[in-house]
Design a protein around this ligand. Structure first.
Ligand code: 6PG
Length: 244
């Protein structure tokens, strides 16, 4: 696994780096196939989506991009908690991506049925490597409790699951979620964490620097088998990285 960390002075600089990396990866995909990306929810991804919509509408061939989600709250697509709605309003409505390239997790459906249906849809459209669909790109956020996607502390069994998507639950709100499993995430070619703000500094340092208790944190179990792991942090989220 190749892990690298980039630290930026602002969310705009972080967003620009993310956008240019994404544009370059999409461009390098052979014309014979699509580029598959799994989006994340969260406040940092929302800002990055807005940047992409404003600055990369014409710099990415969106016709080549298939959009999935790494997790979704079990709410309707019109809910203000929907990761789909957030991505739609901040990015997808503003770039020329065909509706048929967008694969929403149906948060309104029965979670257990939808987790299976969505795994099948991913298997149908995302090429496999070692018998498992391999996303070209997965973006992830980091919760203050060390969760990522919707894999929360205490749910580390989701890194041992043979399934691609499972039903999870936010331990605070008890809200059901559908999440990619560790197997699904760690199969990806490029995994990019987007982490900003002082509130994430402690957790980011614990995971990146492998400090006390790091092994129990879901985000510490993200390590692509044959891919790249890239951390994109702003300087506030990175402020505890160098503290001994
Ligand atoms: C979600 C995300 C979740 C998020 C983190 C960080 O559905 O909310 O998948 O993993 O990325 O909770 O969120 P913030 O960037 O808003 O702190």
């Amino acid at each position: 696994m190749e892990q690298s960390i980039r630290i930026f002075n602002s969310i705009d600089e972080l967003s620009q780096f993310f956008a240019e990396k994404l544009a370059s990866l999409v461009k390098d995909i052979p014309a014979s196939r699509f580029f598959s990306i799994a989006l994340s929810g969260g406040s940092t991804p929302r800002l990055v989506f807005k940047y992409l919509a404003s600055n990369f509408r014409d710099r990415i061939d969106w016709q080549k991009v298939l959009v999935f989600w790494g997790d979704e709250r079990c709410v309707t697509p019109g809910s203000d908690e929907s990761n789909f709605r957030m991505a739609k309003e901040s990015l997808l409505d503003h770039v020329p991506i065909p509706a048929t390239n967008i694969f929403r997790i149906r948060g309104e459906a029965d979670p257990y049925i939808e987790a299976g249906r969505y795994a099948e849809a991913v298997g149908q459209y995302v090429p496999s490597c070692h018998d498992s669909p391999q996303f070209d790109f997965i973006m992830l956020g980091l919760g203050e409790d060390g969760h990522t996607a919707s894999i929360f502390p205490g749910d580390l069994h989701l890194f041992r699951s043979d399934r691609l998507f499972e039903v999870a639950e936010n331990p605070d709100t008890k809200q059901k979620r559908i999440t990619a499993t560790g197997k699904m995430i760690n199969q990806a070619r490029h995994i990019v964490f987007l982490v900003t703000g002082e509130s994430k500094a402690e957790m980011a340092a614990r995971i990146i620097k492998k400090r006390e208790g790091w092994k129990k944190l879901p985000a510490s179990k993200i390590h692509p088998e044959n891919g790249e792991l890239l951390w994109l942090l702003d300087d506030r989220a990175a402020m505890k990285l160098n503290v001994l």
